[in-house]
Design a protein around this ligand. Structure first.
Ligand code: MV4
Length: 603
């Protein structure tokens, strides 16, 4: 076994890997950017090396700097986590050349699965079912029309060959829509992967996203750990994952498990990997392989009892898998909710900021994988995930009730998160029925009811005026019996005074975790006519003109940040009075995007 391992990542996954190493008796080395000097993953590791400035290119994506830190530290292995360099074949190869083990598959397997057309060709050759379509790149729209007419048929999905996870994915329902889909997918492929090549698949109208966890050792053994259902996604970002999948029974599990292990074996895979596929009407099709440990691996850990991260490190050190296929059994049900700093009611706009009060849920069946705490900064520079909340219980219904309990117990002040969104989804009929919830997630009106209300005016702002009557809750004890009383009148005490411990009459709301309905109301921002940018990024598109009349929720512009396109919508109805933005311009968080005057010249 290794004696020292470097973790080429940050946030919750870096902490997750530190935990695995501590249990295995391996010393840990963290790396960090200047923005992450105070990050938990740095404190949690035995040693740490500064990589450079915040931008990932100068820190977590910099192969030279990370390899140098690995050599300086004397680490025998590097764990890449997910994202950043996890699926970079050149990084894996560089480490192997320097005699440092890469905790993951051989560079050749990363490369084979990195090109989606090559992966489809390989899988088809190995007898793995792929979504019907081309395994060769389709170079021109003319070629696309021909292949669709001859074999695929409409509707089609046009996908970038360098893509994955939905990047560079467009749908054409009929021939009229093909040109736009083809060009869109090609443009995105060029932008994100420097490869404009696209291929064509039949578009499945109502599939489930089902993926199979595989593990392989360097002795030729490949096993699967069952499946996860990740159908609840928003713009290809997974939001909720569960295992087992509601739509998969023992028989189907055995069938897709075999497909997955054969797919992994076909590229001589080692370590932890995931075969992503689509399930529609009992037909399962290979989509792509993720050659890394995934964000959602914990749900599989909870139902199988197998520590995927430890197992991955063991096989990287040359040990055989500690479990065989016959040892793998799924027990109970696990659900994961990704707690992102995002505002679901504003098109899932990133909501970075500093975490205020913070308390994680606990108790039976609860697991929180996080890399933050009170005072931590969720930077617009990196992924907006605050934490993953994962629960286990004996069946899906009870796991759902347990998740709802945990969501309400979770206290995250200071920024907007997906906590209210998850609660609403898990309370829906669609979730109870095991549906994909696609209709809810794309329903603006439904999402709007999750809006965070503007915070109340602080009492100080109205100092000279007669204070308005407010309702406040107090806890009182009368002869030792506890009562909660509502007092209506001028504010007697400010909430922050109570937090500082002043006064015996502390409003209940300041000490007790707020109810969900109240929590959704706290921590709002903005107000007035000004629509400010929630993020730093580049203006990709401006959807309105000065003088235009807009409805609340209408698209104003699209801002690209972190390779994500974020739709910014009007916060109120009215007329665009000012529009100080243009396509290609950079905007900082808080910059004015538009000024919207209320219709009829009011306010
Ligand atoms: C598809 C598809 C329909 N037909 N491919 C690709 C990446 C992953 N994020 C989802 N992807 C899809 N690929 C073909 N040929 C539909 C999706 C899809 C999806 C699938 C299952 C559940 C939810 C989904 C949400 C968006 C897109």
């Amino acid at each position: 076994m290794f004696s020292k391992l470097l973790i080429a990542n940050r946030g919750e996954i870096a902490v997750r890997i530190v935990r695995a190493c501590e249990e295995l008796g391996i010393a840990t080395v963290a790396v960090y950017s200047e923005l992450d000097r105070d990050a938990i993953h740095v404190k949690r590791a035995d040693e740490a090396f500064l990589l450079g400035p915040g931008p990932a290119a100068e820190s977590y994506l910099n192969i030279d700097k990370i390899s140098e830190a690995a050599e300086r530290s004397g680490a025998e292995a590097v764990h890449p986590g997910y994202g950043f360099l996890a699926e970079n074949a050149a990084f894996a190869a560089t480490l192997e050349e320097r005699g440092i083990a890469f905790v993951g598959p051989p560079a050749s397997a990363i490369e084979a699965m990195g090109s989606k057309t090559r992966a489809r060709e390989l899988m088809a050759g190995a007898g793995v079912p792929i979504v019907p379509g081309t395994t060769e790149p389709v170079n021109t729209i003319k070629d696309a029309r021909a292949v669709i007419a001859d074999t695929v048929g409409y509707p089609v999905a046009v996908k970038a060959a360098g893509g994955g996870g939905g990047k560079g994915f467009r749908v054409a329902l009929d021939a009229d829509a093909l040109e736009e889909a083809f060009e869109g997918a090609s443009r995105e492929g060029e932008k994100f992967f420097s490869d404009p090549t696209v291929y064509i698949e039949r578009y499945l109208s109502d599939p489930r996203h089902i993926e199979v966890q595989v593990m392989a050792d360097k002795h030729g053994r490949v096993i699967h750990l069952g499946e996860r259902d990740c159908s609840i996604q928003r713009r290809h970002q997974k939001l909720i994952e569960e295992s087992p999948a509601p739509a998969v029974d023992e028989q189907l599990r055995a069938r897709i498990g075999k497909i997955a292990t054969e797919a992994a074996a076909a590229v001589a895979y080692t370590g932890a990997g995931t075969i992503e596929g689509l399930l529609q009407d009992d037909e399962y099709f290979f989509l792509e392989m993720n050659t890394r440990v995934q964000v959602e691996h914990p749900v599989t850990e909870l139902v199988t009892g197998i520590d995927i991260v430890k197992e991955g490190i063991r096989v990287a050190a040359g040990e055989p898998l500690s479990v065989s296929q016959g040892d793998v059994a799924l027990r109970g049900h696990a659900i994961e909710c990704r707690i992102n700093a995002e505002d679901a009611s504003k098109n899932f706009a990133p909501a970075p900021g500093t975490i205020g009060a913070y308390r994680e849920p606990a108790g039976p069946g609860i697991r929180v994988d996080s890399g933050v705490g009170a005072g931590s900064e969720i930077s617009p520079m990196y992924d907006p995930m605050v934490a993953k909340l994962i629960v286990w219980d004996v069946d899906r219904e009870q796991a759902t009730a347990r998740m709802l309990r945990a969501l309400r117990e979770y206290e995250i002040e200071g920024l907007k998160t997906l906590l209210p969104f998850h609660e609403a989804i898990l309370r829906s009929q669609q979730w109870a029925g095991g549906e994909t919830c696609r209709d809810l997630i794309s329903d603006r009106a439904w999402l709007n009811q999750l809006a965070f209300e503007q915070p109340a005016e602080p009492a100080a702002a109205q100092s000279e005026e007669t204070p308005a009557a407010v309702e406040q809750l107090y806890t009182v004890e009368v002869s030792g019996k506890r009562f909660e009383v509502k007092v209506i009148g001028p504010p007697a005490l400010r909430a922050d005074a109570a937090i500082n411990g002043a006064g015996p009459l502390a409003p209940v709301g300041a000490r007790k975790p707020p109810r969900r309905s109240e929590r959704a109301r706290s921590g709002g921002g903005g107000g007035g006519d000004t629509l400010s940018s929630p993020i730093q990024g580049t203006v990709l598109k401006v959807a309105v003109e000065p003088g235009a009349t807009v409805q609340e929720g209408a698209l104003v512009c699209v801002i690209e940040a972190m390779k994500m396109e974020n739709e910014i919508t009007a916060h109120k109805a009215g007329t665009i009075a000012e529009l100080p933005i243009a396509v290609g311009a950079s905007v900082a968080s808080g910059d004015t995007l538009a000024v919207i005057n209320s219709a009829g010249g009011g306010a």
